[in-house]
Design a protein around this ligand. Structure first.
Ligand SMILES: O=CC(=O)O
Length: 314
């Protein structure tokens, strides 16, 4: 497959570029000033585009590549891919589901624990030598809290399972009730879910229907003791409303891995000790990033050898 041209959007973990270069004719978009500059000389050579949660396959990129056959994202989310454009052009799309589910669910619970038990603050307390001079203030129990999951897909279900193991009653909101959800209570309306939860975990995909689904009303329904955890996508929450609720004390706390305008994070969040922030790394472990990279390659190899795609989106 050495003659197949693959264009990669940005550098990615687990030496994905090196692995791709061993199998394909790899072009690195980040070594060019723009997609226009790249396509002036190489557009016709590219049959596959590799992007991820931090880079995009928008209409302009897709239209710059006349021979594009497949977009393979090194992420489970594909909100940065213009799916309509791919469908129109007959371009296949793959993502990396399943392999990252455990890590993302672990991270969601980690964020909830970090917020309730103030783990980052207490780490700073010890490291800054304050322990010898004072007692660390009491924190809040996580076990047994009412957990509401927004989006009971693969990741939402893994979060629900973990929360249940902490003795937390679990409820959820999604487009439709899931027969496999067992004892989890279903709320057809996210407002009712928030009103009946102490922790709201955002785990759905970003779509036009879920953009800003967590709005001021939902945040206020969760209330001053409530905590929001977001491991989905930043724009699922109205970030301006989230920030003002945290600053005004209308929301108890937040654990956020994703933001509306990454890597920009609202300044106000940086000094709040009831907020724990991570840089969109929920799936970023050595083990999972290797599995994701392998899945990207396996999908490309399947496509270019005429075999069924392993994890097709389109
Ligand atoms: O955000 C990460 C992913 O979609 O895999």
């Amino acid at each position: 497959m050495k003659s197949v041209g693959v264009l990669m959007a940005i550098p990615m973990p687990s030496n994905l570029a090196e692995k791709l270069a061993n199998r394909f004719n790899l072009f690195k978009l980040w070594t060019y000033s723009s997609i226009e500059a790249f396509s002036e000389t190489h557009a016709d050579s590219v049959r596959a585009f590799v992007c991820d949660a931090k880079s995009c396959a928008d209409a302009k990129t897709i239209d710059s590549l006349p021979n594009l056959e497949i977009v393979s994202t090194n992420s489970v989310g594909f909100d940065k891919i213009d799916i309509g454009k791919c469908r129109e052009r007959g371009i296949r799309v793959t993502n990396t589901p399943d392999v990252l589910t455990d890590d993302v669910a672990d991270h969601a619970i980690g964020l909830a624990l970090a917020v309730f038990r103030k783990i980052p603050n207490s780490d700073g307390f010890v490291k800054n030598g304050l322990w010898k001079h004072s007692h660390y203030p009491l924190t809040t129990k996580f076990s047994g809290k009412e957990v509401g999951v927004v989006g009971l897909g693969r990741i939402g279900s893994a979060i629900a399972k973990r929360a249940a193991a902490f003795g937390c009653p679990v409820s959820y909101h999604s487009r439709s009730q899931k027969p496999e959800a067992g004892s989890y209570k279903y709320y057809p309306n996210i407002l009712d879910l928030a009103a009946n939860s102490q922790v709201l975990v955002v785990a759905c995909a970003l779509t036009e229907q879920t953009r800003h689904i967590v709005n001021r009303e939902v945040i206020d329904a969760l209330g001053p003791k409530g905590v929001i955890v977001n491991i989905g996508r930043g724009p699922i929450i109205d970030e301006l409303e989230l920030v003002s609720a945290l600053v005004e004390g209308r929301l108890g706390g937040a654990g956020l891995d994703v933001f509306e305008n990454e890597p920009d994070v609202p300044e106000e969040l940086l000094s709040l000790d009831n907020v724990v922030l991570t840089p969109h790394v929920a799936s970023d472990t050595e083990e999972t990033c290797k599995d994701m990279a392998d899945l990207v390659i396996a999908n490309l190899e399947a496509h270019f050898s005429g075999k069924p795609l392993l994890t097709p989106v389109l």
